[in-house]
Structures are given as structure tokens and as C-alpha cells.
Design a protein around this ligand. Structure first.
Ligand code: GDP
Length: 349
């Protein structure tokens, strides 16, 4: 199941758990202190009314805050697999679930205690007893919140991690540009997308995502550059990077794999080919477009070699482009359009 609302709409309405239980407790006490008593305070009935309002006011605040924290934290099972995959590296999903439900349950316990204490205040025969029961409410409230301290911390960390995730749109057609460093991936994205591509950080690596958008007929297509992720053999990856690659699998509808036949990127063709083999392995069910960039400076020999490799080893054609000089970019856009149409047809059939 996927959420219809965008990820950022969901995460930005989260009510963030406090860094410590004391924050909620102290705010509740402040709320109750705002209810001031006048000189009539010595009258038993009036005294009861004031203390009941104090308990009610603190209670309303705490119950709402606890419920909001629990109910606005998205259930991971509702999220798109891209986000689930990324979050599973950062968060212990099981303990998050337990903490959220303990916080929710605590809201009804707090409510119950307030009802009990209010009843006892009402039954009080003297001022001391009224104060005793009001104090007892705050004492019990403090101890319940204190017990939730660890849960607040678990939920807060998860919420802050969610806020840091790259805000991509998993529901729209997504093209991922892959290839070794310096072959010209970001130059291509800049050349084909209209607005300046946005850079989104992954929270757990030094890696970032560059997100650009293009319009193919009337369909918005998202184009992603993933510097440092799909540009080296997988054997050189740590666990977290592998997880980020796994997450990308849920997003990619098409991969553009880019070569630099001039090798001015610093990597020989044999290395570039190895990177392609590994990316192909990781994205088995995703269609690929092969492009050779920098044809503005490539020799005939460079071009022949890359064409041979792609046709011999990968049984495919390669589009010759220059991102810098805008050569043949229309061809790339046409191929993207073809895949967008195919997906739309597939979805409607
Ligand atoms: P990325 O690391 O794959 O994103 O590569 P960049 O887009 O940063 O480009 C790496 C270098 O290649 C930069 O110096 C670009 O100016 C250069 N470059 C990119 N595309 C072309 C091209 O079509 N022709 C030439 N001659 N240089 C290019």
C-alpha cells in the first residue's frame, strides 16, 4: 500500500515527541497555573472548582499531545517501499511500533487518573484534601510520563530521521542516471531538466540525491542523480550504501547508464563496463538506456570501441550524446517518452 499524500506532507504534520518527558510535564503544570484563583478561594465549593479546572486543563493538554504524537507518526507499513527500505537502516521498526502504542495507551490512563482525582476533589470535605488530590494527580501524571521517557526518545529519533529523508515522489515515473564519476551525469540532468535540480540529502551517508523534473507530453517525470551510489562496483559498498541502492530499486522505472568513451573521467572502459554489469545485476527488472557522453570530443576510435562493447556484451544500442554541447539530447528524451508510454499502457491494461 502506498500513501496518496506526498511523503513530506505526511512527515511535516508530525507532532514531534519531546526530547524529555519533563518538557510535557512542565508545560502541563504551566497550563494549570494559568487558572488563577481569586479571594473567593477560601470558599470550599469555589476551591474545588478551581482545582478541578486546573486538573482538566493539564489533562487536556497532555492527552492531546500524547495522542497527536502517536497518531501523526506514520505507520511504516503505510509508506512507499522506498521509504520503508531507507528507514529500516535507521530505525528499529519493532521498537518504534511498541513505543508509539505505549504513548497512545498512556493517554487513556492519564485520562482515567484525572477522572479519579476530580471525583476525589469533588468528594473532599476540606481544603487540605482538595490540595492532596490535585497533587496526587500531578504526581501520578509525572510518574506515567517519566515511564514514557524512553518511548519519547525512540519516537523522536524516528520522526527526525523521517524528516531528513529525501523528499522524492515515488508515485511518478522515475529515471535514475547511473555511471562512473565524472562521465557527465549531472551535466545531462542539468541539460534536460528545466528548473535547477534540487539536492536532497540521505541522512545516513555523505551521499545526496539530485532531483530534477522534465515534462514528457503531459506527464511529469522525475530524474535522479545518485552521486556515489551507482558509480562503483557493489563489492566496494558498505551496508548502508547497499540499503540505499535497494531503496532506489523501488523507485526506478528506467535507468540511463552513461559511459565516457573518451575516458577523460579517469576510468578506463573496462572499469566502466564492470560498473554497468553490477548495476544491471542490482536492477534486473528495470529497463536500461545506454548513452555515451562527450561525443563532442570523442574520436572515431573511442566511439567504435564503446559501440562494440555494448552490442557484443550487452546486446544493445548506445545513444551518442554530448550533455555539454546538447548533441542528441532529443533522442534521449524520445526514449524516455517511449518508456513512459509503455508504463502507462501497462498500467491501464
Ligand atoms: P558526473 O560526476 O557524472 O555527474 O559528471 P559531471 O556532469 O560533473 O561532469 C564531469 C566533467 O565532464 C565536467 O568537467 C563536465 O564539464 C564534463 N562534461 C560533461 N558532459 C560533457 C560533454 O558532453 N562533453 C565534454 N567535453 N565534457 C563534458
Amino acid at each position: 500500500m502506498t500513501l496518496r499524500k506526498s511523503f513530506s506532507t505526511v512527515t511535516h504534520r508530525m507532532v514531534i515527541a519531546p526530547s524529555s518527558y519533563e518538557e510535557i510535564f512542565e508545560a502541563a503544570v504551566r497550563k494549570s497555573q494559568k487558572i488563577a484563583a481569586t479571594s473567593l478561594y477560601r470558599n470550599l465549593g469555589y476551591h474545588k472548582k478551581v482545582e478541578i479546572r486546573r486538573i482538566e486543563s493539564a489533562n487536556r493538554y497532555v492527552v492531546k499531545r500524547l495522542k497527536d504524537i502517536a497518531l501523526t507518526t506514520p505507520f511504516l507499513k503505510e509508506l512507499h517501499p522506498f521509504y520503508k527500505e531507507l528507514l529500516s537502516v535507521l530505525i528499529d521498526i519493532d521498537s518504534l511500533k511498541k513505543s508509539v502504542s505505549r504513548i497512545y495507551r498512556a493517554s487513556s490512563i492519564v485520562n482515567k487518573i484525572s477522572r479519579e482525582c476530580i471525583r476525589k476533589v469533588r468528594q473532599s470535605k476540606d481544603h487540605n484534601s482538595i490540595i492532596k488530590h490535585r497533587r496526587s494527580y500531578f504526581g501520578r501524571l509525572k510518574s506515567i510520563l517519566k515511564k514514557l521517557d524512553k518511548d519519547f526518545k525512540v519516537v523522536r529519533k524516528a520522526q527526525l530521521d523521517m524528516l531528513k529523508l529525501p523528499d522524492v515522489r515515488p508515485e511518478i515515473f522515475t529515471v535514475v542516471v547511473a555511471g562512473p564519476p565524472n562521465v557527465g551525469k549531472s551535466s545531462l540532468i542539468r541539460a534536460i531538466t528545466k528548473a535547477k535540480p534540487e539536492v536532497r540529502e540521505y541522512p545516513f551517508t555523505t551521499k545526496s540525491l539530485t532531483v530534477g523534473h522534465i515534462k514528457v507530453n503531459s506527464t511529469i517525470v522525475q530524474v535522479l542523480d545518485t552521486p556515489g551510489l551507482l558509480d562503483r562496483p557493489l563489492s566496494e559498498r558498505n551496508k548502508i550504501e547497499l540499503q540505499a541502492i535497494l531503496a532506489l530499486k523501488h523507485l526506478a522505472d528506467l535507468i540511463i547508464f552513461m559511459f565516457d568513451p573518451t575516458e577523460t573521467c579517469g576510468f578506463p572502459l573496462s572499469y566502466q563496463k564492470n560498473v554497468l554489469s553490477e548495476v544491471l545485476n542490482s536492477f534486473r527488472n528495470v529497463p536500461f538506456i545506454y548513452v555515451a557522453n562527450k561525443v563532442d570530443v570523442a574520436s572515431k576510435n573511442h566511439i567504435q570501441r564503446i559501440q562494440e562493447i555494448i552490442s557484443r556484451d550487452f546486446s544493445s544500442n548506445i545513444v551518442l550524446i554530448s550533455a555539454k554541447e546538447r548533441i542528441n539530447l532529443e533522442e534521449v528524451l524520445k526514449l524516455i517518452e517511449k518508456h513512459v508510454k509503455e508504463k502507462e499502457q501497462h498500467q491501464s491494461s
